[in-house]
Ligand binder design. Structure first.
Ligand code: HEM
Length: 523
């Protein structure tokens, strides 16, 4: 056989995967969707953007770069061969009856053992709905009344620690303190026991470090999720790795759970076999685990022991950093916007005159009635939403129309940062902290507020919306008034925008302040 012919055949065979890739790109009915050239062939640019911790900013920049003339954002951009970032929270994708399951990116968030599933990364629509239905009551607004005392306990300790820092006059990392606060509140609500972070503002036993490592691992490995089961098994015994971090968190949660089981058993013995009544008889409030134990012992609700571990774990992993990030944003923006801070203090002073606030303590019900406070919180979570990647969902079999475009297959997702920075929705002052925008739109009524609410998604959307959102709102509504009434804050770098790093949770990295006691708080 002619050597040239033979070489041509070998070359063709070697190059055929690439040629096939080029063919599929050109023949794709979605080839007109804009995006970086490389993203047509590989997810690598997306992976690198996540790796750099700036995927939220990159995502916004792409929608701006490919915007059609006269528009601020391109409605759809490509982040990978089958990954499409959208700007509109389409009901088909995110509505309560959505048929779009979560994508394989979420695999990185679960243990490779299928028995050890959890709510957040659950990709099975039916199983997720069933589990969520069983437990929604313990996260509901009506359960919050029972959790308020736990928040008060931590608020008192937090205030004390900040008073000490005010006396010392040093610069403190406010995000770290808010993290300590949020972890301890979740510990109190879940097990009636703080983790102890607020004792000295330190990462007791390295739990935050382990969680950070796990966040980074899960966020990145999810992009190439097929590798996760192999990589996880290799890394899980290495203490400083992301998988090792997860193992460590699992063990900490398990230990806490065992302690509580032993306590409950003791109470049952002391109460002559009536554990269910013992907590209430002693007049103590019911924490999250008490409620879970009752459901387990009830036997009728399909609750199994694994559920207790799974939800305790979810509370700590999903409920601490997210609240800390959100609190950081609210406080940072209030400090940078003295007019808003002043207005908030005026509202709080007025509430005190009406007897709604006792010193610096504010009841949750009263706080929910304060329009300006609520607007300050909402605006803080708009400008710095705690999660910073598209909420990826898989186009169901047979394809579907999303944002006016038919997708035969692939994955679509909206990034909360993209939704919150769309000038067409929020106006030219999209980047300003302006709590008034919420009050004005509410008073105006009609389409404006409906559109704002539809695009406001710090807690996600539809059936997969955050189950713990009321708990975090309880914390924020109570601690923000306390902080701004007790302290003044000075930013270390007032002329510099706060920077953030995004490994799914978008964390501020340089929120350094000095706290000072306000004149009326010096006691
Ligand atoms: C300000 C604080 C919080 C923010 C910004 C936040 C944000 C979110 C977001 C965006 C999602 C949906 C993610 C997706 O669709 O992929 C979510 C889900 C979830 N969050 Fe939160 N969260 C917060 C607080 C909490 C708290 C306090 C808890 C628990 C006590 C919690 C537990 C969960 C769980 C278990 C899920 C999964 C729900 C499901 O798939 O059914 N979160 N959160």
């Amino acid at each position: 056989m002619d050597l040239t012919f033979l070489l041509s055949v070998v070359l063709f065979i070697l190059l055929s995967p690439l040629l096939y890739r080029i063919y599929t790109v050109l023949a794709s009915p979605l080839h007109h969707i804009p995006g970086p050239f490389l993203a047509r062939f590989t997810k690598l640019p997306y992976f690198l953007s996540i790796y750099r911790g700036q995927a939220h900013q990159d995502n916004i920049a792409l929608h701006r770069r490919y915007a059609p003339p006269g528009q601020h954002f391109a409605p759809i951009v490509r982040l990978g061969p089958n990954l499409y970032s959208i700007t509109s929270p389409d009901k088909a994708v995110y509505g309560v009856a959505s048929k779009f399951p979560k994508s394989s990116w979420y695999e990185g968030w679960r243990h490779p053992n299928p028995q050890r599933w959890s709510l957040f990364p659950n990709r099975d629509i039916a199983r997720h709905a069933e589990t969520r239905r069983v437990f929604s009551s313990i996260y509901s607004m009506s359960s919050l009344v029972g959790y308020e005392g736990y928040v008060d306990t931590c608020n008192g300790i937090f205030e004390q620690r900040l008073r000490e820092r005010a006396r010392g006059g040093e610069w403190i990392d406010m995000t770290r303190w808010l993290q300590c606060y949020a972890f301890d509140v979740i510990g109190e609500i879940t097990y009636s026991k703080r983790f102890g972070f607020l004792d000295g503002g330190e990462d007791v036993a390295g739990l935050i470090k382990a969680l950070d490592a796990n966040m980074r691992y899960s966020t990145l490995v999810g992009v190439y999720s097929w590798i996760h089961p192999y990589l996880y098994r290799m890394l899980e015994k290495m203490p400083n790795s992301g998988a090792g971090g997860r193992t460590y968190i699992n063990q900490t949660i398990q230990r806490r759970l065992e302690e509580r089981k032993a306590e409950r058993k003791k109470r049952t013995v002391e109460g002559g076999g009536k554990a269910k009544l013992s907590v209430e008889e002693e007049g103590a409030p019911k924490d999250f685990l008490d409620r879970m134990f009752e459901m387990l012992e009830d036997g009728k609700k399909g609750v199994i022991p694994y559920h207790l571990f799974m939800l305790c774990m979810s509370n700590v992993v999903a409920g601490s950093d997210t609240t800390a990030v959100s609190l950081s944003s609210v406080l940072y923006h209030l400090i940078r916007t003295p007019r808003a801070l002043e207005k908030l203090r005026e509202e709080l002073n007025a509430a005190e005159k009406e007897g709604e606030i006792n010193g610096t303590e504010i009841g949750f019900n009263a706080s929910m009635k304060m329009r300006y406070l609520q607007a300050c919180l909402k605006e803080g979570l708009r400008l710095l939403p705690a999660t910073g990647l598209p909420l990826w969902r898989v186009v169901p079999q047979g394809g579907a129309t999303v944002c006016g475009q038919f997708f035969p297959a692939g994955e679509v997702g909206i990034n909360t940062w993209v939704a919150h920075y769309d000038k067409d929705i929020w106006g030219e002052d999209v980047e300003s902290y302006r709590p008034e925008r919420w009050i004005e739109a509410e008073d105006q009524g009609g389409e404006k507020i409906k559109t704002m609410e539809a695009y406001y998604m710090p807690f996600g959307l539809g059936s997969r919306t955050c189950i713990g959102r009321h708990i975090s709102w309880l914390e924020m509504s109570k601690v923000v008034p306390k902080l701004v009434r007790t302290f003044d804050f000075e930013l270390e770098r007032p002329d510099k925008e706060m920077t953030t790093q995004n490994y799914w949770f978008v964390k501020p990295v340089d929120f350094s302040v000095k706290v000072k006691l306000r004149a009326e708080s010096i006691v």
